[in-house]
Design a protein around this ligand. Structure first.
Ligand code: NAP
Length: 374
């Protein structure tokens, strides 16, 4: 572990920033903030790069006042604690997803945020593996419980059968980083009719996670079979409804095919932003889900905004500090595969990760990289 210095000796530190859409990333200095009551300062060790970074850096999505720091996932070590903070102590190894309300993106040497944003990394998990988890995990839990109203009582009672356990739940894009956790969490809670789309090469893995039926979204016959499957099973749902997670949010790639096959009355949660290809080959970002495609009668859609999970007081206090480490430690979730991005410097590693996302080299894995060399 590197030597920890008091904040006063480090009034600023290095961070990676977007200065304009599609411009190379830059290294800038930002203030090092001392923790207020209930906050901690963490020296950041490993971070992940995600599609949201690319949406901001490439597409200018929510690039409000550049220079804009990036990164929604960090691991590191607590180096300073504010007053009234006793859940974490100096030296604790922690992992977290950071959402805009935290005002502290991950790709910087130090972050100072509320302690309830962090979970302690279980001792059996290396930090670069822990870095693959938080943002996808909080999206998974928040989406299932708050947008799809799928109960996930925590801790799970020793004997538990969920309501409508055998109603179909469709995960479109189940090998995405979010989709993999969704399947595993649903299986853990006893949902038995988990239906997924993914490229064929991932089907065995998804079945081992808990998927009952697997369909390849690139094969027309599979899509026809999926439509038939949903219609047949929708009749047996009883008081429930068919629930769908679109884990991709692509207008042409996921929402249009879903609109053709999802039975009337279903509930569809779409991970925002919706990505629409424009005629010039670029992308537009939409925040609307209901009227952008023609759903069948009574289909209700909701756009998922994980960035607001802290508005739910229970999730704010429990999701990252309690539930996330427990699910990892108990082996309920198997972390996404981690691909370590190399580079000589902090800036080079950040740029290399972004370029790999831009070239669409990432499938079923998370890009992780070190902020500092040790
Ligand atoms: N609103 C929110 O709260 C929130 C939170 C997290 C993520 N997101 C958004 O959700 C999207 C996915 O994020 P992620 O990190 O999970 O992505 P990811 O892991 O990078 O997704 C890659 C996977 O997507 C699959 N895929 C690509 N196009 C597909 C399609 N048309 N149909 C089905 N599967 C497809 C590929 O699966 P195969 O290998 O099987 O082909 C690939 O493995 C991003 O746009 C991200 O910004 C939103």
């Amino acid at each position: 572990m590197s030597v920890i210095q008091p904040t006063s000796n480090h009034p600023t530190h290095a961070a990676v920033a977007v200065v304009a859409a599609q411009a190379p990333l830059q290294l800038i200095q930002v203030p090092t903030v001392a923790p207020a009551a209930g906050q901690v300062r963490v020296e950041v060790h490993w971070v992940a790069s995600s599609p949201f970074d690319l949406h901001q850096a490439e597409g200018g999505f929510f690039l409000l006042a550049p220079p804009q720091l990036l990164g929604d996932t960090a691991t590191g070590v607590v180096v300073e604690a504010g007053e009234e903070e006793d859940s974490l102590k100096i030296g604790d190894e922690v992992f977290c997803a950071l959402v805009p309300v935290d005002k502290q993106p991950a790709h910087q040497e130090f972050i100072t945020v509320a302690a309830h944003v962090f979970g302690k990394i279980p001792s059996n998990t290396p930090p670069q593996i822990a870095a693959t988890i938080p943002s996808s995990f909080i999206t998974t839990w928040h989406t299932l419980t708050n947008y799809l109203s799928i109960p996930l009582p925590f801790p799970k009672p020793s004997v538990y059968t969920p309501p409508n356990a055998d109603a179909p739940i469709l995960i479109w894009g189940a090998f995405s980083s979010v989709g993999q956790y969704v399947v595993q969490i649903l299986k853990h809670y006893g949902y038995t009719n988990i239906v997924v789309t993914a490229s064929k090469r991932h089907h065995d893995m998804l079945r081992s996670f808990g998927a009952r039926e697997t369909f390849d979204y690139t094969i027309l016959e599979d899509l026809e079979r999926l439509g038939d499957f949903l219609n047949i099973h929708a009749e047996g749902v009883g008081e429930g409804r068919v629930k769908v997670l679109d884990g991709i949010g692509s207008l042409e790639g996921s929402m249009e095919p879903l609109a053709r096959m999802v039975p009337p009355g279903s509930l569809v949660a779409v991970l925002l932003p919706v990505i629409k290809k424009n005629l010039e080959g670029g992308v537009e970002y939409l925040m609307e889900t209901q009227d952008v495609v023609s759903w069948k009668g009574g289909v209700e859609t909701v756009g998922v905004r994980t960035h607001f999970y802290q508005q739910d007081e229970y999730l704010r206090n429990n999701l990252q500090p309690v539930i996330m480490p427990a699910m990892l430690e108990q082996g309920v979730i198997k972390p996404n595969r981690a691909r370590v991005v190399e580079g000589r410097t902090f800036l080079e590693r950040a740029q290399n990760a972004l370029d790999m996302l831009r070239r669409k080299e990432v499938s079923g894995e998370r890009l992780v990289w070190r902020v500092k060399e040790t």
